[in-house]
Ligand binder design. Structure first.
Ligand code: ASP
Length: 339
């Protein structure tokens, strides 16, 4: 969450200090088992990736991965896993950057963005959606039940209501209180990683070897009414190519859109870069397009078809959750470009 404000609330402080201490790995985790075999008398070792696997952004990735794992661990589809996984975070009213409880725009309205993409390159998205707490599920309906990719605003809401989604007030008392505080100064200045809860982007590889991804957010806090970030934009906030890999982004959406960030990461993997390198090169591309990097925090995550994964960010502070057969509740801090 890029927060357009300069204060840390009591809520955030409390939340930061009470959050669980997850196991931490520095930078890229190499958590694959090796398989040795003999070829023409020579001993060869290959790395076997752990399949299935799911990775997702920030600490809330832990609860999301747990949910996704219920599907992946019994041979379920990556598409179902990434939808159900991020819905856990959308449904959590204490998370102030996704779904219900998300920070509103400067007018006090919670507007949500989300998208989903599967192994057949099918995709769906909703942007500027109000009063519906599960935008990712609406995005999946757009993908599966319309000939379109993206619905926005009132049209997206009307579609959701027709599909049986419930209309509800997404502005929780905690979010409203913060927004009213913000209104006093109304400072429109991005602050990097004020708290470790942001957009959730999730990438999964299922036991069939298929990739899918999802991304959902309430976007930049106190944004202009109508602003849409990278998260619902296929190729920016999320991209999946089942032949190569998947990528997602978090951070300042405007910067991610400018370089079609997630698509760029996947294309870099296609050119042979490993997931971490691909994310790093995409970060460098963003830096090359900005004269001033103040407030331009972006983090990328990537998962390759063979199960290799990695991430990279502009500034320190971005982390992600990893879950596979051997690893549960693992948080990984990514390397970053600017200290
Ligand atoms: N990328 C999101 C947006 O710009 C926000 C975030 O990840 O913090 O809307």
């Amino acid at each position: 969450m890029i927060i357009f404000s300069t204060f840390i609330t009591h809520y955030q402080h409390r939340h930061m200090t009470t959050r669980r201490n997850f196991i931490k790995f520095s930078a890229l985790g190499s958590l694959f088992s090796a398989h040795s075999f003999s070829l023409f008398g020579q001993k060869k070792t290959i790395e076997l990736s752990k399949k299935p696997i799911v990775i997702s952004t920030w600490n809330h990735g832990i609860m999301a991965n747990k949910k996704a794992w219920e599907t992946l661990s019994v041979g379920g589809k990556a598409l179902d896993a990434v939808e159900k996984g991020v819905m856990e975070v959308e449904n959590d009213p204490t998370g102030m950057s996704v779904g219900i409880g998300g920070r509103p725009d400067r007018e006090g309205r919670v507007t949500l963005d989300a998208c989903i993409m599967d192994e057949k390159s099918r995709c769906g998205a909703v942007a500027f959606l109000q009063d519906i707490k599960n935008p990712v599920a609406v995005a999946r309906k757009v993908m599966e039940e319309t000939p379109h990719v993206m619905l926005t605003g009132q049209g997206a809401k009307q579609f959701a209501l027709e599909k049986g989604f419930k209309e509800e007030n997404l502005l929780t008392p905690a979010s409203e209180k913060e927004w009213r505080e913000w209104l006093k100064a109304s400072k429109y200045k991005p602050v990097i990683n004020v708290e470790n809860h942001d957009t959730i982007g999730m990438l999964a590889l299922d036991s069939n070897g298929d990739l899918s991804g999802s991304c959902t957010t309430s976007g930049a806090a106190y944004k202009l009414h109508g602003r849409v970030g990278d998260s619902p934009i296929i190729g920016a906030g999320l991209f999946v190519d089942n032949e190569i890999g998947a990528a997602c982004a978090t951070g300042l959406g405007e910067a991610v859109i400018r370089v079609a960030g997630s698509h760029l990461v996947v294309e870099l993997m296609r050119q042979g870069h490993n997931p971490e390198e691909a994310c790093k090169l995409a970060v460098e591309r963003i830096i090359s397009k900005h004269e001033n990097m103040e407030g331009v925090q972006v983090g990328f995550l990537a998962l390759r078809k063979d199960g290799k994964y990695g991430g990279y960010s502009v500034f320190k502070g971005f982390n992600y959750a990893l879950t596979n057969e051997d690893n549960k509740e693992v948080m990984i801090d990514v390397k970053y470009k600017i200290s």
